[in-house]
Write a protein that binds this ligand. Structure first.
Ligand code: CP
Ligand code: NVA
Length: 311
């Protein structure tokens, strides 16, 4: 009997044990290649003879480069295209694209405007599909964020994270991670940019410890980790309204002082200094953003290894 295809679309669909196994694999792989040149493959090269296709409907720096570097380190190869350069950009159905690429590559990473397109792609694909960000989530980034926190502060279970700002795709993935991996998540957003209600309801069903407020200080008080993201995500069209509503949610030194004294600061990047975060925080001693960016490679290698059945 053939094994079901392993997609990585959102954290709700994944077992906590699998997520934990990916995080531990990422730590071990990272440690095993410490000091190596970036281009040298890992000893086991679990993606040897495998090709990953990457499709981008939106801009990317970290996701694009880290998946490419990750596949090289796993001993595999990549084919990258912007959707606009494909027939997808001229209206070819995503179902057909999924079936064609499944005959040519071993896995597909897609960054899409609309999450439902990622789901449809996966439904029709015969190979693993990875969500490289959609309007509903950024699960690869969250794996890098959890890895980064655990490297510096130990297990996430039982700790308190504070999300401050827009209740966006990153916030959704954090809600999912909190419910799956047992950390507390305090979310502070203005009412009009609240987190996804379905994610909150699902977290509650799983007895996840997720709270919401419109008061950033209340959310951050005593937190072990403070996280924010851009106030205007790719695809958002209400720029001025967002800047005005989110201005009280800037993460600055005073807000960080409300958190635990050993709290760390995370931001998926790109950052808008002077908007969601001040220079002194993102460039300060509590910030782990550069480790977090590097960890995109390490976390994604383990996501890929899991998709290929090597974990
Ligand atoms: N954090 C992140 O996904 O960055 P990119 O948009 O540059 O890929
Ligand atoms: N919330 C941001 C994340 C960018 C990595 C966006 O979707 O644009």
């Amino acid at each position: 009997m053939s094994r079901p295809v392993r997609h990585f679309l959102d954290l709700w669909k994944l077992d906590a044990a699998d997520l934990r196994a990916m995080l531990e694999d990422a730590k071990a792989r990272k440690a095993a290649r410490a000091g190596w040149p970036q281009g040298r493959p890992d000893a086991d090269a679990p993606a040897r003879e495998r090709t990953l296709a990457m499709i981008f409907e939106k801009n990317s720096t970290r996701t694009r480069f880290s998946f490419d570097a990750a596949m090289r380190q796993l001993g595999g190869d990549v084919i990258i295209s912007n959707a606009v350069d494909m027939q997808l950009g001229r209206g070819e159905p995503i179902e057909d694209t999924a079936r064609v690429l499944s005959r040519m590559v071993d896995a597909v990473m897609i960054r899409a405007n609309v999450h439902e397109e990622v789901e449809r792609f996966a439904h029709w694909a015969a190979v693993p599909v990875i969500n490289g960000l959609s309007d509903k989530g950024h699960p690869c980034q969250i794996m890098a964020d959890l890895l980064t926190f655990e490297e510096h502060r130990g297990p996430v279970a039982g700790r308190t994270f504070a999300w401050v700002g827009d209740g966006n795709n990153m916030c959704s993935s954090f809600i999912q991670a909190a419910a799956k991996l047992g950390f507390r998540l305090n979310i502070a957003t203005p009412a009009i940019f609240h987190p996804d209600m379905m994610d909150l309801a699902r977290a509650a069903e799983l007895q996840g410890q997720v709270t919401t407020t419109d008061d950033p200080r209340e959310a951050v008080r005593g937190a072990d980790c403070v996280i924010t993201d851009t106030w205007v995500s790719m695809g958002d069209t209400d720029h001025d309204e967002r800047i005005e509503a989110l201005e009280p949610y800037q993460v600055d030194g005073r807000l960080m002082a409300e958190a635990h004294k050993d709290a760390v600061f995370l931001h998926c990047l790109p950052a808008h200094r002077g908007e969601e975060v001040t220079d002194d925080v993102i460039d300060g001693p509590q910030s782990l953003v550069w480790d977090e960016a590097e960890n995109r490679i390490h976390a994604q290698k383990s996501i890929l290894a899991w998709c290929f059945g090597a974990i």
